[in-house]
Write a protein that binds this ligand. Structure first.
Ligand code: FRU
Length: 452
């Protein structure tokens, strides 16, 4: 990775491996990176809920935990009566459980108690260790606020326990809540320092490597006004996403010290969301989700899963597939899925995500607000998307197929053999006959006309 801006001017010398503008300039949809089109499922996991960012309960080794034959995922949820765009302001964490990774039952809210560190809880991760559950989350806003605020701190609810029966699974407190990490203003920007559009310090991800215990998270690198970063281009400096890391000196999953970021995207992108690592063949595959609208001026990317690989945890991360793009949505359904999570399954990686806005092909998600409320609801998936199958070879990846909606298999579950992949939504034709110019998607390779 280099520390030169594409303008040729030297950036301020920085040690953090960088996703550079030169690399991101090459972003484009390819056969390897575009997911097939998703049509609405016959059933949502829970029709009463919007379900979005999701994470599995895993053990210290990163394996999906199985407790008496049950597995568990956690999601940000809100009432399905809410306008989908409002859900972030009312997010609550709920659990779901399954015996086969296909049929999921809705559990309770994880925490009954109020959020004392913030006004709502955003994404995180969950560890099952020695019979105890640790749910890491983002405490967003301020518990005393009258109007929504956007400060963020990384917190945990520790000490939950699980009881199972033939019929189901119960996750119970009491939980001991504590704030684990706040930005230091030096390696990680505080909200007051932010010059960018959307401030971040969130999405903790538990991860062990070589006997060491880590928490990854999404942050921003402080770039003071007047800095020569991005060749001095101020409008680019406002985009400064990073992947942060903290280490537990003792292995205690509630005791963390901030360390320098693993990667940043200064001059490139503001939000490197939900960072996570999949170790494979002695390499470290680092994944983040990001949006089309969070790229710096002059760059055009996609809502997508982006990935980087290094030979050691703190190595020189290189973007996968040259640009970093690993999975994106078809051109005619560019917001059909978001918040991807890659996990290992034998030779391949599986990638879960939630079903976002479908039957919607405007270039910006902002235009969702122009639709009637009924249409905003109709076009929002609010459930898990089909799980994608990804092959990985060195610095290259390829979307190779898909599993069913919300199918989250454990390692021991055999999957159908991978075959040549049949067709991709982005080659589909677009019909622009729909009222108001909102195109209706049609996949040339799939005659199903989709929803509604
Ligand atoms: C990604 C995200 C997360 C955040 C959550 C809030 O979908 O922006 O970074 O925790 O949504 O709803």
């Amino acid at each position: 990775m280099n520390s030169r801006s594409p303008n040729g001017a030297a950036d301020a010398p920085r040690d953090t491996p960088a996703w550079t503008r030169a690399q991101a300039m090459g972003l484009r949809r390819t056969d390897e990176t575009v997911a097939p089109i998703f049509y609405p499922p016959a059933e949502r996991i829970d029709p009463d809920l919007h379900i979005w960012d999701t994470w599995l309960l895993r053990d210290r080794n990163g394996e999906i935990a199985e407790i008496d034959g049950w597995r568990v995922f956690f999601s940000l949820t809100a009432s399905a009566e809410l306008l989908p765009g409002k859900r972030h302001d009312a997010a609550t964490i709920r659990y779901f459980y399954s015996r086969d990774g296909r049929t999921w039952y809705t559990g309770d809210l994880v925490f009954e108690e109020a959020n004392v560190f913030g006004s709502r809880r955003w994404a995180g991760s969950a560890l099952y260790d020695d019979g105890r559950v640790y749910v890491y989350y983002t405490a967003a806003g301020d518990s005393a606020e009258e109007h929504l605020t956007y400060g963020q701190r990384i917190a945990v609810g520790a000490g939950g326990t699980i009881e199972t029966s033939a019929e189901g699974l119960d996750l119970r407190g009491p939980w001991e809540h504590s704030v684990l990490l706040e930005p230091d203003g030096d390696r990680y920007e505080r909200e007051a320092q932010s010059r960018g559009p959307i401030y971040t310090f969130r999405d903790p991800w538990f991860f062990e490597d070589d006997g060491e215990t880590y928490l990854l998270f999404e942050g921003n690198t402080p770039i003071p006004k007047g800095s020569d970063a991005c060749g001095g281009e101020e409008t680019h400096q406002e985009f400064n996403g990073s992947v942060g890391i903290a280490r537990s000196p003792t292995g205690d999953p509630t005791d963390w010290e901030l360390e320098a970021p693993l990667l940043d995207a200064v001059c490139v992108n503001q939000e490197l969301e939900r960072p996570h690592i999949v170790p494979r063949d002695g390499r470290y595959y680092l994944f983040v989700s990001s949006h089309a609208h969070t790229f710096a001026p002059g760059l055009s990317g996609f809502d997508g899963l982006y990935g980087f690989v290094a030979d050691s945890l703190r190595g020189q991360y290189r973007p996968l597939n040259d640009t970093g793009l690993v999975v994106t949505n078809p051109e005619n359904a560019p917001f059909q899925a978001y918040s991807w999570l890659a996990f290992s399954h034998g030779e391949e990686l599986l990638v879960s995500s939630f079903f976002n806005y479908y039957d919607y092909d405007r270039p910006s998600m902002d235009d969702v607000a122009l639709l009637s409320e009924a249409e905003q609801r109709r076009r929002f998936g609010g459930t898990l998307a089909p799980t994608l199958r990804l092959t990985v070879e060195g610095d290259r990846t390829r979307v190779q197929g898909k599993l069913d909606y919300g199918h989250l298999p454990v390692e021991s579950e055999e999957l159908p053999a991978l075959s040549a992949f049949e067709g991709r939504g982005w080659t589909g034709t677009r019909e622009r006959s729909d009222a108001g110019g909102y195109g209706r998607y049609v996949d040339r390779d799939d005659p199903d006309p989709g929803a509604g």
